[in-house]
Design a protein around this ligand. Structure first.
Ligand code: IZC
Ligand code: ZN
Length: 431
């Protein structure tokens, strides 16, 4: 009888969305629940799932290398964050008073602060400094129950500094238990050396940056901040179409503050995802629905910017049958938090999403927003064994009891990387 690497048993409740595709609209609330469950893992993949008593019978005679006891707690797929600005220099607490006095986000940027302040700190920072700062955030994310995240460049805005950020993402992918997927976002803002010459900067991105990023295989996606005063719909289309020619799949920060038509563009160019969408029109949302674009909504950002307006997640789900994904948007400006659990609470409070919809949005649909839905995002045979073990017995408890970390353990590709709320370096060792 063949050997098995791991049996996770004692799972009071296993909760997961099902499928190898994003779940759209009302299907988002259909999750599979198994009480008193167990999961068998071999070589990093899930090989059997079921009621513990039945699975034990099924596996009788097979030697099991290691057993993990979830002690009656809930287990879900490892969480996935499909939108972060992980790698950056410095922080922006010096803008807090300005922000709190009511100066809008885009005005701070127009005055040379905001993103441009982080561009200065990122250009000045060494690759080593960026690596260590980003690693600290990733460690925090892992303790929150995240097992895969997307990370964007966009604080270099010149080739060498963009490459420096992307190399940090690559090094973290090689060294950290969290899997990272990489996005080139050279079109995050117009750097001061191109002030008033946005079209020229767009040409520079297309002609000088994209070819190198693609040749060095440092990114899988290309993203643009399509926003009033930043990049227009036409400029965004040019960059994203050029990215596609280099094999980079398009993502777009769309209609966050002003309804420019970014959602319509996402539909037109078949973007894999469109982000924010607070101001997106019905027309934009139906264009996205028709092309299967994943809306990534970021309720931490509207919360932290003190907005009363939020993304229309209920309409996205109920009217447009879209597959909503959630994310932290972790960045030093509009959303300085690594806490996906805070985002889950805000999705409940401000977006009126149900606990089941929130789980789907943080797992399978988040996987679809980064093109990983066939390998992660659900607990199913054949998928990677990425699991989050909760200090909770049911899904509703997570957005209900807010402001603390409910993660008890994390299994990544069949390895225990967090247990008893602490990092585990090698099997059994608490770091
Ligand atoms: O650093 O402000 N919205 N980009 C677009 C951001 C927020 C990140 C930042
Ligand atoms: Zn963003």
């Amino acid at each position: 009888m063949s050997q098995l690497d791991l049996l996770v048993k004692g799972i009071g409740r296993l909760v997961t969305p099902i499928g190898q595709q994003a779940r759209r609209g009302r299907d988002m609330s259909e999750v599979c629940e198994i009480t008193n469950a167990a999961i068998a893992v071999h070589e990093g993949y899930i090989v059997a799932i079921g009621k513990e008593a039945e699975l034990q019978q099924e596996l009788e005679g097979r030697s099991i290398h290691r057993t993990l006891d979830a002690a009656g707690n809930m287990v879900t797929p490892g969480l996935i964050d499909p939108h972060t600005h992980l790698v950056h220099g410095g922080s922006r607490e010096h803008e807090l008073a300005l922000k709190r006095s009511g100066v809008p986000y885009l005005d701070i940027l127009a005055q040379g602060g905001g993103i441009l302040s982080t561009v200065r700190s990122t250009r000045e920072a060494s690759e080593e400094q960026l690596y260590h700062q980003a690693k600290r955030s990733l460690d925090e994310m892992l303790l929150q129950g995240l097992t895969t995240i997307e990370a964007k460049s966009g604080y270099g805005l010149e080739l060498e500094a963009e490459l420096k950020q992307l190399r940090v993402v690559q090094r973290l992918q090689e060294s950290h238990p969290i899997d990272l997927v990489s996005t080139f976002m050279g079109a995050h803002a117009v750097p001061i050396e191109y002030a008033g010459r946005t079209d020229e900067f767009v040409n520079h991105i297309i002609e000088k940056m994209l070819p190198v990023i693609a040749a060095e295989r440092l990114a899988e996606f290309c993203d643009v901040f399509c926003e009033h005063g930043v990049f227009s719909v036409e400029q965004s289309r040019r960059i994203l179409e050029a990215g596609k020619r280099y094999g980079l799949k398009p993502k777009i920060h769309a209609d966050e503050i002003v309804a420019l038509g970014g959602a319509e563009l996402a539909g037109e160019i078949h973007a894999i995802s469109a982000e924010h969408l607070l101001a997106a029109t019905d027309q934009g949302l139906s264009a996205m629905s028709a092309s299967g674009v994943v809306p990534v909504v970021l309720p931490g950002t509207s919360f932290n910017l003190g907005l009363t307006k939020h993304a229309r997640a209920r309409d996205m789900i109920d009217k447009f049958a879209l597959p909503v994904a959630l994310s932290t948007d972790y960045n030093p400006g509009s959303c300085p938090t690594e806490s996906i659990q805070l985002i889950m609470m805000l999705a409940s409070l401000n977006l009126k999403m149900s606990p089941e919809e929130i789980l789907t949005a943080c797992t399978l649909n988040a996987a679809a927003a980064i093109g990983r839905e066939s390998s992660i995002g659900s607990i199913e045979i054949g998928k990677q064994a990425d699991l989050t073990v909760w200090n909770a017995t049911n899904l509703s408890y997570l957005p209900y009891h807010f402001g603390i970390n409910h993660t008890f353990g994390v299994v990544k590709r069949g390895q225990t990387v967090v247990w008893n709320r602490q990092r585990v370096s090698r099997e059994g060792d608490v770091e």
